[in-house]
Design a protein around this ligand. Structure first.
Ligand code: HEC
Ligand code: HEC
Ligand code: HEC
Ligand code: HEC
Ligand code: HEC
Length: 470
């Protein structure tokens, strides 16, 4: 015995204590290991939240196939069919009697019926015939296919760039070359191009199938950003190689939610950003190249149509300046078990204030909604004033033209109509009703009102008042 003084009872007590300690610490170790394993599994889940059920290639267009690997994202993506109105945004499901020419049973509300002054602004252009509130991504291809604007004008294949999954069709058309395919499709009649596409914007348009990293697939944006950066002194910018992850969370949206025009007889889709992204830069760009979208039917002015410049306007606002991306608000994170996933139900953030805004702002939902609607209602009031001013200028120009004024006499006032109209339309066509950049929107509307005023002033100059016969 190593310790003769130790009594048997004591010995057994000691043994039991040692045993107990061993058991407890073993159990603890097991528990700790289990916890570590669990954490690491969760981390793994969070990092790589999918199981590869199918092999995705750079030719897999159908989102349902991608959905096999990513069922949560796919389920939310499908929900872009929902139509819910907010005070100034969202969309309303309006019943439509299907016809052979237009088989849709539901459309969104008509904007030109809501505000007929728009028809005056767009006189002579297809938008005066049919222009509706935009709705979810699921509808983009059918809404473009069946808009009455297709019947008024022969639309080019260029339209497809932002309304369909064109990545694979472009590459096929260009024998593997994305840009070549883009150039070819631009020049096709719409109906021909329509036969080459099948899906609205799909997973492959924003994701690399191998890594799931975000990517830009739209030539319009790739070239637009290159021109923009060139103007900033950065040559040969490659968006997919040089953009940060946070920038990509806006750039994937900037592929389509931007001002654009069709350049030259080859109808090349072009984003007018060489001089910069704000309206003054864009106006200067169009003034320099003399581009016009159409000639105003009532006044003869060479005018421009602004289209959904969400990306440009957002870039003038406090959120962009603070590094907040489109996806932060429109594709807010949500929790599914241990996973934090990106909500692919792209929609108005006002239908989802909790996740879209309250992650950063500690104000109540009611307060946040109140702040947005205050911005928006002020914006709509000023927009209305600018619209009245523009319609007045158009009436005066029309009257002077009918009275026989010459092109030379009308040139200055027409120039102001071109500007007043483009500035107003830039805010009108921007779908946040001022929210993305409140002060910039107000500044632009103020400039628009001023251009209408200057246009009327130009008409009241003596030489413009002189009839042609004198
Ligand atoms: C800070 C949050 C925030 C960011 C960032 C943001 N938006 Fe918005 N966006 C809004 C809000 C709020 C509205 C107004 C929605 C409404 O009126 O229902 C809106 C409206 C829109 C709409 C119209 C939605 C509708 O239902 O009518 C579009 C399209 C849009 N944004 C696109 C973009 C794009 C593209 C970007 C990035 C270039 C962007 N947004 C960045 C908050 C944001
Ligand atoms: C640069 C991308 C882009 C191109 C090119 C483009 N669109 Fe769109 N289009 C959009 C976006 C973004 C919206 C949603 C925002 C909005 O309606 O303001 C939209 C909305 C629409 C809508 C639904 C709302 C409405 O205006 O009634 C129709 C229809 C439409 N486009 C038709 C066309 C046609 C026809 C062409 C070709 C002349 C075309 N689009 C070219 C991006 C584009
Ligand atoms: C391939 C072009 C394309 C891309 C990329 C794209 N959009 Fe759109 N988006 C559209 C078109 C077109 C519509 C209008 C569809 C219609 O009215 O039929 C639209 C509609 C919307 C709407 C209105 C939804 C509603 O319910 O009223 C929002 C919000 C929106 N987009 C935000 C975004 C955001 C945020 C991104 C980036 C994550 C993005 N979009 C990427 C083309 C695009
Ligand atoms: C308009 C662009 C766009 C489209 C289309 C799109 N996504 Fe995403 N997706 C995003 C953005 C933005 C993120 C956030 C990525 C980041 O933060 O790096 C994302 C993230 C993801 C992730 C990473 C995990 C997560 O939830 O954050 C998966 C997986 C994913 N998307 C699957 C899909 C699938 C499947 C589809 C088609 C059904 C799809 N996406 C369509 C823009 C898009
Ligand atoms: C990722 C963070 C983030 C998200 C998400 C976010 N914001 Fe903000 N917001 C900011 C920052 C940063 C500012 C700049 C002011 C500041 O630093 O506090 C700001 C400013 C604002 C302002 C003041 C604007 C001004 O011109 O001064 C309003 C209003 C606002 N946010 C509303 C919203 C709403 C509504 C949403 C949801 C649709 C939202 N924000 C989502 C970060 C965010």
């Amino acid at each position: 015995m190593s310790n003769p003084t130790t009594q048997p009872e004591q010995r057994s007590l000691k043994t039991r204590l040692v045993l107990l300690t061993a058991i407890v610490s073993a159990a603890g170790a097991v528990a700790a290991t289990a916890l570590l394993v669990n954490i690491s599994e969760r981390k793994q889940e969070a990092r790589n939240p999918f199981y590869r059920v199918v092999e995705l290639t750079d030719e897999t267009v159908d989102p349902a196939v991608w959905g096999k690997n990513f069922p949560l994202q796919y389920d939310d993506y499908k929900r872009t069919v929902d139509q819910v109105r907010t005070k100034y945004g969202g969309s309303e499901a309006v019943p439509h009697t299907p016809t052979a020419a237009d088989p849709r049973s539901v459309v969104a509300q008509s904007r030109i019926e809501e505000d007929p002054r728009l028809k005056t602004m767009w006189a002579g252009y297809a938008f005066a015939v049919d222009f509706r509130e935009e709705r979810g991504h699921a509808y983009m291809l059918e809404d473009q296919t069946f808009t009455e604007r297709q019947h008024v004008t022969k639309q080019p294949g260029t339209c497809m760039h932002c309304h369909a999954s064109v990545y694979v069709p472009y590459k096929k058309l260009g024998d593997g070359d994305l840009i070549k395919g883009f150039e070819k499709m631009n020049q096709m009649p719409y109906v021909e191009a329509r036969k080459l596409v099948e899906h609205p914007v799909a997973c492959i348009d924003c994701h690399d199938p191998g890594t799931m990293a975000l990517r830009v697939t739209r030539p319009g944006f790739i070239e637009g950003m290159r021109a923009f950066k060139e103007g900033q002194g950065i040559p040969n910018y490659d968006v997919n190689a040089q953009a940060t992850r946070q920038e990509m969370r806006s750039y994937v949206c900037g592929q389509c939610h931007v001002e654009y025009y069709f350049k030259g007889p080859e109808k090349r889709l072009t984003y007018p950003w060489a001089k910069g992204l704000n309206i003054d830069n864009i106006m200067a760009y169009y003034e320099e190249n003399g581009h016009k979208d159409w000639v105003h039917a009532e006044t003869g002015a060479p005018v421009l149509k602004a289209q959904h410049p969400e990306f440009e306007m957002y870039n003038q606002g406090i959120h962009a300046r603070s590094g907040v991306a489109c996806a932060d608000c429109h594709m807010a994170y949500k929790r599914e078990g241990a996973m934090k996933i990106t909500d692919h139900h792209v929609r108005s953030p006002l239908l989802n204030i909790n996740r879209a805004c309250q992650t950063c702002h500690k104000w109540s939902e009611q307060e946040l909604l109140g702040r947005v609607e205050t911005i928006q209602s002020r914006n709509q009031k000023l927009r209305g004033t600018a619209m009245d001013a523009l319609v007045d200028l158009i009436q005066d120009l029309k009257a002077r033209k009918l009275a026989g004024a010459t092109d030379v006499e009308l040139a200055e006032a027409r120039g102001f109509q071109r500007k007043a109209q483009f500035y107003l339309d830039f805010v009108e066509a921007e779908n946040s009703s001022g929210f993305h950049a409140p002060q910039e929107a107000a500044r632009i509307l103020g400039d628009s009102i001023n251009y209408s005023r200057l246009g009327q002033k130009a008409l009241s100059k003596p030489q413009a008042a002189t009839p042609k016969s004198e």
